[in-house]
Design a binder for this molecule. Structure first.
Ligand code: G3I
Length: 334
């Protein structure tokens, strides 16, 4: 049975909405965003470096603009993210090497209670813990990032206890938000998602208010598609969790010097986007399907993966690609 009220979302950059959003005269970006999506994820505006730049300084200006835009357009907001090894401000990165676990928990508790409390009632899903497991190819293989995540590092003796506390603090600050674990390379059934499946059970056994598992779905045509995605989502759903596709994009290795993909590459990209959405539509517990930006004009991919691009569902002029139309068709047929 298809999910009842599946939210269809996109990441968005606060600065595009900070420019004095006027519903009567929206920019093209704002117009497409407001008309095509029922959910928005601030791409960077709720991360530590944006909202908590100094120990006693919180700055919600750009995040508030995203929430205000969403509210004006009757959209829901996914909060992203409270605990991660990246985009932490210097004061966290520098101080964390000296923290005891109790000191790290004091800092993290203050952050979570303040940030989640600030947006109380405005956020339907929070990515509480993001990318907390290493990949199979990392040193030590799949294990918790007690090497790079400053809080897991300080609490390396009991990282699951820290995680359980983080979910508890977030739940106490906003009982209505569904609280997610979220990661990339976490689409199919593999060593990494096995580790998440075990962690989810440990957290639930501790009574931690874990509410969801998010597969980011940052795909590349350099690799295959893992058809065990639906089975993976189903096993987390069987734990009583919501599941979500949280950051979907399908990057394409562009031939030397080319800026446009081949027809075959476009067809494969379309199939991948459709497969991601269909897996979500086939799992009743799937609560949201979010693309990580809806236009190639605002995609993180080219900056990070040289030679790859064309990853989103519309081009730089916001002209829908075949993938956009295919997603729309799948939703209409659902
Ligand atoms: O805001 C500064 C700006 O003041 C400065 O002039 C500029 C110079 O480099 O940097 C700007 O910050 C950039 C930030 O995006 C905001 O645009 C950072 O350099 C840049 O590294 C950062 O990239 C973001 C990336 O996370 C950081 O890891 C991407 O936009 C964002 O799409 C990406 O999103 C992540 C998810 O949060 C987690 N899952 C993976 C996904 C892709 O990496």
């Amino acid at each position: 049975q298809a999910p009842v009220d599946l939210a269809i979302g996109t990441a968005a950059w606060g600065e595009q909405m900070l420019t004095d959003y006027d519903p009567a005269a929206p920019t093209e970006f704002q117009d497409v965003l407001s008309r095509q999506f029922s959910s928005v994820t601030p791409e960077n505006d709720m991360k530590w470096d944006a909202v908590h730049p100094a120990p006693d300084v919180y700055d919600f200006a750009s995040a508030d603009a995203v929430v205000a835009f969403a509210k004006a357009n009757h959209q829901k907001v996914r909060g992203h993210t409270l605990l991660w090894h990246s985009q932490n401000p210097a004061w966290v990165t520098e101080a964390s090497g000296t923290w005891t676990c109790d000191q790290a928990k004091d800092v993290l508790e203050d952050h979570i209670r303040t940030v989640v409390g600030h947006f109380k009632g405005e956020i339907y899903e929070w990515d509480v813990a993001n990318e907390i497991f290493k990949d199979t190819w990392d040193a030590g293989g799949v294990s918790l990032r007690t090497d790079r995540n400053p809080f897991l590092k300080a609490c390396a003796d009991d990282p699951v206890g820290l995680l359980a506390d983080a979910f508890t603090w977030a739940h106490e600050a906003d009982p209505d938000a569904v609280l997610f674990l979220n990661d990339y390379n976490a689409e199919g059934i593999n060593e990494k998602t096995d580790a998440y499946y075990d962690l989810a059970q440990q957290l639930l056994d501790r009574g931690a208010p874990l509410g969801g598992f998010g597969a980011q779905a940052h795909l590349s045509l350099l690799y295959g598609f893992d058809a065990s995605l639906q089975a993976n989502l189903e096993r987390f759903a069987a734990l009583g969790l919501k599941v979500a596709i949280t950051e979907a994009d399908v990057r394409i290795p562009l031939l030397d010097g080319e800026t446009e993909p081949t027809a075959e590459q476009v067809a494969t990209q379309t199939e991948r986007y459709q497969a991601l959405l269909q897996a979500c539509l086939n799992v009743t517990a799937c609560s949201s399907f979010t693309v990580w930006g809806f236009s190639d004009a605002h995609s993180w991919v080219p900056d990070v993966f040289p030679g790859e691009g064309w990853a989103t569902i519309s081009d730089e002029d916001y002209t829908p690609k075949p993938a956009f139309d295919a997603l729309l068709t799948s939703l209409k047929d659902a």
